[in-house]
Design a protein around this ligand. Structure first.
Ligand SMILES: [Zn+2]
Ligand SMILES: [Zn+2]
Ligand SMILES: [Zn+2]
Length: 499
C-alpha cells in the first residue's frame, strides 16, 4: 500500500528526480539519472525476472521492456545478504530482514546452557522465521515481554501444555501456545473445558451451607465434567449451559438452606415455591433436580415445572428487514462484520458454526457468490453479496505465521483459530440481535421449503429444523426465489419474503 508521499521541495532541490519528476533530495546517481530516496527504495523493493536477461531477484533498473537487474541496468547497489546471499533489501550489517529475524529467533529460543534450541521448539523457530512479513516478525520479537517469555520457554526441555501454564500468564504465552498447536508441537487443547475447570474453583465458596458442598461436588463431577470430558472439545453452548446450570443449582441449594429444607425432605410444594418465587431462570435447576432424583437424594416423584415453549425472542419481519438494511450499510460495520451479519440474517446461521467457514466453502463468480454451509452451495443474493465480494478481494489478517494456510474466512488473533464467536456477536449486536435474527430467518425459511432440503442446505439436522417448521411441500426453487425476494429487503417499502 502506498503511503502518502511527503511534500516535494522545488526551492531546495531544483533538479527533478529522473524517475518521478518530483523535486526531492537525490539519493543516487544511476545510469538513467538522479534518483530520489522514494524511487530508490521502490527500485530495491522491485523483485522478479529481469526483462532483458531472465535473472531472478531485485530489479532496480528501468527499460522499455520492463524492470531490469543490476547487470543489465548498470546500477551498482549493495543488495546481497551477507548471510544467505539472496538479493534483497538489506536491513542491518549487510543482512536481509529475514536473516536478522532468524538470528533473533535463534537467540531467543536457544537454551542458555547448551546454546541449542530444544527439539520441541524447532518447528516454532521455523514458523517464526518464515513469517511472510519478516519486518512484522522483527517488530514482534523485539518487544521486551516477548523476549522474556521466549527465553523462559527456551529453558523448558520438552514442551507440554502444563509447562506453558506454569509460565507467567500473558497474551504472548497464549499466542505462542497457539503457534505450537498450529505447527503440530502441542495437541489442540479444549479451551472451553479449561476455562470451565478454572471457573469451578470459586463455585463451592458460593454455598451458604458447607453441608451442601459434597452434593454439589458430586453433581459437578458426574453430571457435567464427566460428560464434557467425554465430548471434548466442548462447544461454547455446552460451556455456557453448564455454567448456568451450576449457578442456578447453587442458588437452589442456598434457597433450601434459607428455607431450612434438606434434600431428603424436599417436597413438590417446595419445588413449585422455588420455581414461581423468581425469574424463569429458576427452572434451570431442573437439571440438578433430575440428577439428584436419579441419585436417590430426593424423592422420586419430584418434577420441575416446564418452560413455556417458543418464547425465545426473535425479530419480526419488519425488524429483520430493518437489520438487513443496516447490515448493508458500509458505514455501520467493517466488511468482515457485515459479511457475518449477512449469513445470520439471510441463512439463519449460528455464529459458532459460521466462524469456522473456510474460503474453500466460498465461490465468487461474476453472477453470484456461493457459500456452502454444510450442504450444496447456496447463492448469496445481491445486494447482500457485496460484503462477500469485498472480503474475498481483501481477506484480512492472513499474512503472518498465525494463519499460514489462509483458509479461514474469519481468522482470529490466535494462530489457526477462527475469531471468537462471542466477540463477533458483540461486534454485530449493535446492528442485530444475532440469535433473534437467526430464529426469525429460520422461521421464514422453513415456511418455504421441504424441511429436509432446507436443513441440508443450511447444515442443520432435519430434526432441529422440524421444530421450527410448520409448513412443508414447497420446492427448493421456491426457496431460492424467496431468497432473492429477501434481497429486495434492502429497498425500503418492499416486503421481505412476500408470499
Ligand atoms: Zn523519484
Ligand atoms: Zn538482467
Ligand atoms: Zn539473508
Amino acid at each position: 500500500m502506498a503511503r502518502p508521499r511527503p511534500p516535494e521541495d522545488p526551492v531546495a532541490y531544483r533538479n527533478p528526480c529522473a524517475r518521478c519528476g518530483e523535486h526531492r533530495e537525490t539519493a543516487a546517481h544511476w545510469p538513467d539519472g538522479r534518483v530520489c530516496q522514494l524511487c530508490r527504495r521502490q527500485a530495491i523493493r522491485t523483485k522478479g525476472t529481469c526483462a532483458l536477461c531472465d535473472h531472478q531477484g531485485v530489479l532496480p533498473g528501468v527499460s522499455i521492456s520492463g524492470p531490469t537487474c543490476r547487470a543489465c541496468s548498470g546500477i551498482r547497489l549493495k543488495i546481497d545478504c551477507a548471510i544467505c546471499g539472496a538479493e534483497d533489501e538489506l536491513y542491518s550489517e549487510g543482512r536481509c530482514w529475514r536473516c536478522v529475524l532468524a538470528v533473533l529467533v535463534d537467540g531467543a529460543l536457544s537454551h542458555p546452557g547448551t546454546g541449542q534450541i530444544a527439539k520441541d521448539l524447532i518447528p516454532l523457530a521455523d514458523a517464526l522465521k518464515s513469517m511472510k512479513r519478516a519486518n512484522s516478525g522483527l517488530t514482534w520479537i523485539r518487544q521486551p515481554h516477548v523476549q522474556i517469555f521466549l527465553s523462559s520457554l527456551a529453558r523448558v526441555a520438552t514442551v507440554r501444555h502444563d509447562q506453558i501454564d506454569a509460565l507467567p500468564r500473558s497474551t504472548t504465552r497464549e499466542f505462542v501456545r497457539s503457534l505450537l498447536v498450529t505447527h503440530g508441537v502441542l495437541p489442540q487443547r479444549d479451551s472451553y473445558l479449561m476455562t470451565f475447570e478454572h471457573w469451578l474453583l470459586d463455585v463451592p465458596a458460593r454455598l451458604t451451607s458447607p453441608a451442601h458442598s459434597t452434593v454439589l461436588e458430586k453433581y459437578v463431577r458426574w453430571d457435567h465434567l464427566r460428560k464434557m470430558r467425554a465430548r471434548s472439545p466442548v462447544s461454547r453452548g455446552t460451556f455456557l449451559r453448564s455454567k448456568q446450570a451450576i449457578t442456578v443449582a447453587v442458588d437452589f441449594l442456598n434457597w433450601m438452606d434459607a428455607e431450612e429444607i434438606s434434600l431428603a425432605e424436599l417436597g413438590q410444594d417446595d419445588v413449585e415455591a422455588w420455581a414461581t418465587g423468581g425469574t424463569t431462570t429458576r427452572l434451570i435447576a431442573e437439571r440438578f433436580l433430575n440428577w439428584a432424583r436419579k441419585e436417590g437424594l430426593v424423592s422420586r416423584n419430584l418434577r420441575m415445572p416446564q418452560h413455556r415453549r417458543g418464547t425465545a425472542s426473535r425479530l419480526t419481519l419488519d425488524e429483520q428487514q430493518d437489520a438487513s438494511t443496516r447490515a448493508l450499510d458500509p458505514n455501520m460495520m467493517t466488511v468482515r462484520d457485515r459479511a457475518a451479519a449477512v449469513l445470520v440474517l439471510v441463512f439463519g446461521q449460528q455464529l459458532e458454526r459460521l466462524v469456522r467457514l473456510k474460503w474453500r466453502d466460498v465461490r465468487v463468480t461474476p453472477d453470484a457468490v456461493y457459500v456452502s454451509l454444510g450442504g450444496d452451495p447456496m447463492p448469496i443474493p445481491a445486494p447482500f453479496d457485496d460484503a462477500w465480494r469485498e472480503l474475498h478481494a481483501n481477506p484480512a489478517n492472513c499474512q503472518t505465521a498465525s494463519h499460514p494456510k489462509r483458509d479461514l474466512v474469519f481468522p482470529g488473533s490466535k494462530p489457526g483459530q477462527p475469531i471468537n464467536p462471542g466477540y463477533l456477536a458483540n461486534r454485530i449486536k449493535a446492528i442485530i440481535r444475532a440469535r433473534a435474527a437467526r430464529l426469525g430467518a429460520l422461521d421464514e425459511l422453513t415456511k418455504l421449503g421441504p424441511v429436509v432440503v432446507v436443513a441440508g442446505a443450511l447444515g442443520y439436522s432435519p430434526r432441529t429444523l422440524e421444530t421450527y417448521a410448520f409448513d412443508g411441500g414447497a420446492t427448493y426453487a421456491r426457496y431460492l426465489g424467496a431468497v432473492k425476494e429477501l434481497a429486495k429487503a434492502a429497498t425500503p417499502g418492499t416486503s421481505m419474503l412476500e408470499r
